[in-house]
Ligand binder design. Structure first.
Ligand code: MSP
Length: 604
């Protein structure tokens, strides 16, 4: 404890009123009474009280600041949470998916001022832009929250009152560095020297590069220092709480350092755009405390949150990890609520190797790009190229090349080939002949399949488990790489056996032709099912083209190539759906010249 307070002073984070009260009798070494310690133990025991329903899943995106329009990085956070949501639905979970906008704080107050608008209508306008983007990009949220809503204000006030009544919030004095852009307090070691555009010496946050200001105010403090060891216990006992592992290690590293109490309110005379502290209208609740509670508001806090709260998972960018993996769990422990199941962390998108910024003019508009490359095209690109552990660079040419290669040529080409009327004039799901493609253990029986064909079957049988592993750990690019590899193998299979050269008048050739098509359509059915969380429109059209019904699109219904395993195949003999596009395969590049083409139309 002594160490914590020394370091607080060292870092210029002065907790005056509290220390004044305790310094006289030299009680600094034991600042909390034994009554306090008892409470902490109870918190620890009770914080997992709400029973966890393993089939419920509540996923959240961060709520987005409304000081500027959405960019490609925001869409990435949303698409990441969206694929997890859709994946869990596919696995039969009861789900909830929240997103929304973060509308309070100094940054928003200043942005509204700069736009000469009142903050409420300014927020409504920008929040609407985010909502429109998410709807256009098929972000399947179930709840859209704005922190200016009354339901949220009630939740925040209640949460504050609980923390204060338990003694975790106290009146103090804060002195230190503050970044308005990040709405974040910084210690001395997190601040560095720089020059602004006019060459003037300024202090900046070493992490974000944003300008910081010295701040000195009487306000309310949160006893963060009390939670250091509980946070460490939680992370050490739950190695998958923060994913990927790299970020888990970073948080544990932070927890080795001092964790000073920090300010959770601002004076109303400096910042009035926010939720007032209950019972003290001279203070406004710190925007991050306000914002983090949004996750509880959506879950129904304070009366009806238990069903969802025990299975909450957050998706966050790396820049807001500390708020979610340290401040938020500490607040929850203080309020005696369960901690998040997982914090999924992703890295950032840069453009031309640089952070996106208005002044550099390199901000990529996600709505415009999703109109240009289609919604599914944009979703596929972000999830296929985005690597959670490291930053990625956005580039339009890369988008075109990737979509042409993997979606249009490879996947679209395979579907077009195998459903073409020239190869399949009756347009039914073809029959599988076990004599043409005998099981490997059918000793001595000669079929027409080659060794590579058996390897392909092995890959496709194994694919759902591979994809599951990568979807769960947020390594989507690896899942998509695996699917893409299998699509290539299936194209190789068709190419190897050139079904268009077979003699249909010969019954053995005809059976082999149908078997090739059956195996290929079975592969496509698996790819389509697994791709639903990533490219929902394309996957839906692909599966519909194959005649797959709604209740056959779930993970449980995958059952690849049932006939090969001696089981019935429900699809055999079923009429394929009408081909929506008879003009064949087109490339993204050629279609980019046309304004209104939907990617999913030209693979069908
Ligand atoms: N309002 C806070 C979050 C509060 S959550 C209780 C906030 N908002 S934000 O609009 O700045 O960022 C929202 C999300 O977008 C964060 O996950 C952030 O990491 C992400 N991104 C912002 N820029 C990004 C990139 N350049 N690339 C990828 N994601 C980025 O922080």
């Amino acid at each position: 404890m002594m160490k914590t307070y020394h370091s607080i002073f060292r870092e210029c984070m002065v907790v005056q009123s509290w220390s004044r009260r305790h310094a006289k009798g030299c009680v600094l070494s034991s600042p909390l009474s034994s009554k306090w310690n008892c409470k902490m133990v109870m918190v620890r025991c009770q914080s997992t009280e709400i029973p966890r329903d393993d089939r419920t899943y509540y996923i959240t995106t961060p709520i987005f600041y409304v000081n500027a329009s959405p960019h490609i990085g925001h869409l990435y956070s949303a698409v990441t949470a969206d694929y997890l949501h859709r994946y869990k639905l596919l696995r039969g979970f009861k789900t909830r998916f929240a997103t929304g906008t973060d509308e309070h704080g100094l940054k928003i107050q200043q942005a509204a001022d700069a736009a000469s608008q009142d903050p409420q209508s300014f927020c409504t306008e920008v929040s609407q832009r985010f909502k429109h983007l998410f709807q256009s990009c098929n972000i399947s949220y179930t709840d859209y929250i704005r922190t200016t809503e009354l339901r949220h204000r009630c939740a925040v006030e209640h949460f504050w009152t609980v923390l204060q009544s338990k003694g975790f919030i106290y009146k103090g004095n804060y002195e230190g560095w503050y970044s308005t852009q990040d709405e974040s307090f910084l210690t001395l070691s997190q601040v560095g020297d720089a020059k602004d555009s006019s060459g003037k010496a300024v202090k900046i946050s070493l992490e974000s590069g944003h300008k910081v200001e010295w701040m000195k105010e009487d306000n309310y403090m949160f006893r963060l220092s009390e939670f250091q060891s509980q946070l460490r216990d939680w992370l050490e006992g739950n190695p998958r709480a923060v994913q990927p592992e790299r970020f888990h290690r970073i948080v544990l590293q932070w927890l080795q350092e001092d964790l000073p109490d920090f300010s959770v309110s601002r004076q109303t005379k400096r910042l009035w755009w926010g939720i007032p502290v209950p019972g003290d209208p001279d203070q406004i609740i710190y925007v991050w405390l306000d914002a983090l509670v949004n996750y509880l508001t959506v879950a129904g806090y304070p009366d009806k949150h238990s069903q969802w709260w025990s299975s909450v998972h957050h998706v966050v960018g790396k820049d807001i990890l500390k708020f979610h993996a340290i401040y938020w769990p500490a607040f929850l422990l203080a309020a005696n609520l369960p901690l998040p199941q997982t914090i999924h962390v992703h890295s950032h998108w840069t453009v031309g190797g640089k952070k996106m910024s208005k002044s550099l003019g390199n901000v990529v508009d996600p709505l415009e790009r999703s109109q240009r490359f289609t919604t599914d095209g944009m979703r596929y690109f972000l999830l296929r190229q985005g690597v959670p552990d490291t930053d990625c660079d956005y580039d339009d040419d890369k988008v075109v090349k990737l979509l042409n290669a993997e979606l249009t040529d490879s996947l679209g080409g395979l579907l077009n080939r195998c459903t073409a009327t020239s190869l399949n004039p009756t347009q039914v799901y073809p029959y599988f002949c076990i004599n043409s493609f005998p099981t490997r253990c059918a000793g001595g029986q000669e079929g027409r399949a080659a060794a590579e064909d058996y390897h392909m079957l092995d890959s496709v049988y194994a694919l759902p488990a591979v994809v599951e592993q990568h979807y769960e750990s947020m390594h989507v690019y690896k899942a998509l790489e695996a699917i893409s590899g299998c699509v290539r193998q299936t194209n190789g299979f068709v190419q190897r056996h050139t079904p268009w050269k077979l003699n249909r008048a010969d019954s053995e050739d005809q059976k082999w032709l149908e078997t090739i098509l059956h195996v290929s359509l079975e592969c496509l059915r698996i790819y389509g099912t697994l791709l639903q969380p990533i490219v929902p429109e394309i996957a839906d059209k692909l599966l519909s083209r194959l005649g797959v019904k709604q209740d056959e699109k779930s993970w449980a219904a995958l059952d690849f190539l049932a006939k090969y395993q001696g089981k019935q195949c429900p699809f055999e003999g079923r009429t394929l759906a009408r081909d929506l596009q008879t003009s064949g395969v087109c490339s993204v590049t050629s279609l980019l010249k046309v304004d209104t083409i939907i990617l999913s139309d030209f693979i069908l």
